[in-house]
Ligand binder design. Structure first.
Ligand code: THU
Length: 138
């Protein structure tokens, strides 16, 4: 299990190198593990109009879903000032909600830290009482 987490973290760090963040100067990378072992990476992509900017986590999710993969086991995230060593970077609320659409919150792992040291959370810990499709049935 340690290998899996370390590998995802390494891939997130690689993806972070592609971060397009001229406005915040904060570079983030993510690596998302699909149900059957496929891995999708992502970086944050900013925009001069600010609002259209996209986080690294959502870039990875949208890449995967747009290729037909809609169920996931884990995501590693690493962030920090561009040009400096990355580290602990908790996903924003919007990314937690987007992840929640496609995962089992009790089992999905969010791996935060760096390649040498990380902590693992479930999505449920990061997004308790999240709004989901079952709430639409009430
Ligand atoms: N960002 C991410 O990509 N993921 C996170 O988990 C937190 C924030 C991005 C958004 C923006 O481009 C920059 O980091 C500063 O907020």
């Amino acid at each position: 299990m340690k290998d899996r987490e370390q590998n995802l973290m390494r891939l997130a760090e690689e993806a972070r190198k592609f971060s397009y963040c001229p406005y915040s100067g904060f570079a983030v990378g993510a690596a998302l593990l699909g149900e059957n072992g496929q891995i999708f990476t992502g970086c944050n992509i900013e925009n001069a109009a600010y609002g259209p900017s996209n986080c690294a986590e959502r870039t990875a999710v949208f890449k995967a879903v747009s290729e037909g993969i809609t169920s996931f086991q884990a995501i590693a995230v690493i962030g920090g000032k561009k040009g400096e060593k990355g580290g602990f970077c908790p996903p924003c609320g919007v990314c937690r909600q987007v992840l929640g659409e496609f995962v089992d919150p009790d089992n999905f792992q969010v791996i935060l830290g760096n390649e040498d040291s990380w902590k693992v959370y479930t999505l449920k810990e990061l997004l308790p009482l999240g709004f989901g499709r079952e709430d639409l049935e009430k």
